[in-house]
Design a binder for this molecule. Structure first.
Ligand code: KIV
Ligand code: ZN
Length: 522
């Protein structure tokens, strides 16, 4: 008998983006949506269109590309939210409206101040309205895992009668444990009429570190859709990690007897892409996609591995898209090979962008002994950011030492090739660069976070800098990469300044990082 299928519902661009510091621009979201389509997820929750005009535009742009997966948008139970989702997603041949309302006693009393019956009426009204616009409706009773079981069954029954084709059970605050969640799903299966005619879905948060385990427990008890995010990014401790749950189903297929449509060889590139864009680095020991996940340090393990890989390895690195040798291209590699590698890494660049990135690759290959995937990723991010202008960094000179202040002298050029030179002094070189950039642009930023990490192994590796700043109460994020870490920091800071300047040119229409302006609260 053929295995049953599990639908993978990716919410990196909606719930994932709600993680602090993970807001993305429209361009970044499109890039991730393309990678998710290549990964072959079944549904992409592209955003929450009523949250802000930026969110609406991003969901619409993703839906209009119409690359195959169902494109879904989130709505509260009100006509405005539902109409906005419909207007945003309808460009995709397959689209879905996802409505939700909280059902637990805590949320009813303190957040909604609504009685049980009112909540059911609100859900039913919203689902019916959404059904008039779209055939594919998902309903979520928020905080389901802390909702009284009998009442939850009533809500789910009413949602199915009203026309929801998918009912999603969220563990909104990451509170449940596998055995309890298994009981909850079995209870619903036994007590909700018509439940076998719809898709039962699960949505877990990771506050107690059990999002993946709880999702697998739900699937074992009958759920057939899993909501998850790349690298498990999401509010607070995050969501169920897509790569972990997918690889658990694949690796333990003889136990679960359930398949997904995911092309697992795209997992690693997609995880790297999301980390690069959000600046949320993957911990080295993260399951599946962490750098150590396939590294065998201990002698006894290495010995076993040499005899037979299966002694200590339950998955093959190739299954998740890690190339056998991470050492990719050299300075003699041609443009074709470079373009193919860029595509394999999940980037969808046009010819112009490939050419610019290739030029940078050649320059770096002249200086650096070994070139890795991480180098290509860093180059692409750099080219992408600096090509947007208006300012580019022409030169940077630093003097610093243990017995002296640091001085940064930099030259910027604008789109009309006009130069601006500035120097600043501070306790350290990075601070001096930031001050010089602020003075050159006339923009004062408050630095909230500055992270630096090495893009690859090796003493000559590029440093990747990510800065998060506050400007007029709005968060902005920038990336930069260079073998010189102070230059990497300068590029990251300049990216933020350029974003603000571009926004000014457009009369402040575009939100800074995608959707922080006027974000509606859930
Ligand atoms: O965690 C949650 O409850 C949610 C819902 C909106 C599905 O994200
Ligand atoms: Zn959630």
């Amino acid at each position: 008998m053929a295995n049953e299928q599990i639908k993978i519902f990716d919410t990196t661009l909606r719930d994932g983006e709600q993680a602090p510091g993970c807001s993305m621009t429209l361009r970044e979201k499109l890039r991730i949506a393309r990678a998710l389509s290549d990964l072959n997820v079944d549904i992409i929750e592209a955003g929450f269109p009523a949250a802000s005009p930026g969110d609406f535009d991003a969901v619409k742009a993703i839906a209009d590309e119409n690359r195959g997966p169902i494109i879904c948008g989130l709505a509260r139970c009100n006509p405005d939210d539902i109409e906005k989702v419909h207007a945003a997603v309808k460009g995709a041949d397959n689209h879905r409206i996802h409505v939700f309302v909280a059902t637990s006693a805590i949320h009813r009393q303190y957040k909604l101040k609504m009685a049980k019956e009112e909540i059911i009426n609100s859900a039913v009204g919203a689902i019916r309205m959404a059904r008039e616009l779209c055939d594919d409706i998902e309903f979520s009773p928020e905080d389901a895992s802390r909702t009284e079981l009998g009442y939850l069954a009533e809500v789910v029954t009413a949602a199915i009668e009203a026309g929801a084709g998918t009912v999603n059970i969220p563990d909104t605050v990451g509170y449940t444990v596998p055995a309890e969640f298994d009981r909850l799903f079995r209870y619903l299966k036994e007590n909700v009429p018509g439940i076998d005619d719809i898709t039962l879905s699960v949505h877990c948060h990771d506050d107690l570190g059990m999002a993946v385990s709880n999702s697998l427990a739900a699937v074992h008890a009958g759920a057939r859709q899993i909501e998850c995010t790349i690298n498990g990014i999401g509010e607070r401790a995050g969501n169920c990690s897509l790569e972990e749950v997918v690889m658990a189903l694949k690796t333990r297929n003889e136990f679960f007897k359930l398949d997904t449509n995911v092309d697992t060889t795209r997992l690693y590139p997609t995880a790297r892409l999301v980390a690069g864009i959000t600046g949320m680095q993957i911990p080295r020991n993260k399951a599946i996609v962490g750098e150590n996940a396939f590294a065998h340090e201990a002698g006894i393990h290495q010995h076993g591995m040499m005899q037979h890989a299966s002694t200590y390895e339950i998955m093959k690195p190739e299954d998740i898209g890690i190339s056998k040798s991470n050492l990719v291209l050299g300075k003699h590699s041609g443009r074709h090979a470079f373009r193919d590698r860029v595509k394999d890494l999940g980037f969808d660049l046009d010819e112009f962008e490939v050419n610019r990135a290739f030029q940078e690759f050649k320059k770096l290959a002249d200086k650096k002994k070994d070139m890795y995937d991480g180098d290509i990723e860093a180059i692409i991010m750099n080219v992408d950011n600096s090509s947007a202008g208006p300012w580019t960094l022409k030169s940077l000179q630093i003097t610093s030492g243990t017995e002296m202040d640091a001085t940064a002298m930099l030259t910027l050029i604008d789109e009309n090739s006009a130069e601006r030179k500035l120097a600043a002094t501070a306790d350290g070189p990075v601070e001096a660069v930031f001050i010089a950039l602020e003075e050159a642009s006339g923009i004062n930023l408050t630095l909230q976070n500055f992270e630096l990490h090495s893009a690859t192994i090796g003493e000559d590796a590029q440093g990747e800098a990510t800065v998060t700043v506050d400007f007029n109460g709005q968060p902005y994020r920038g990336h930069g990469a260079s073998q010189d870490i102070v230059e990497a920091a300068a590029r990251a800071y300049l990216e933020v300044i350029n974003r603000i300047l571009r926004r000014r040119e457009r009369g402040l229409e575009e939100s800074p990082t995608g959707n922080d302006i006027n974000r509606a609260t859930i």
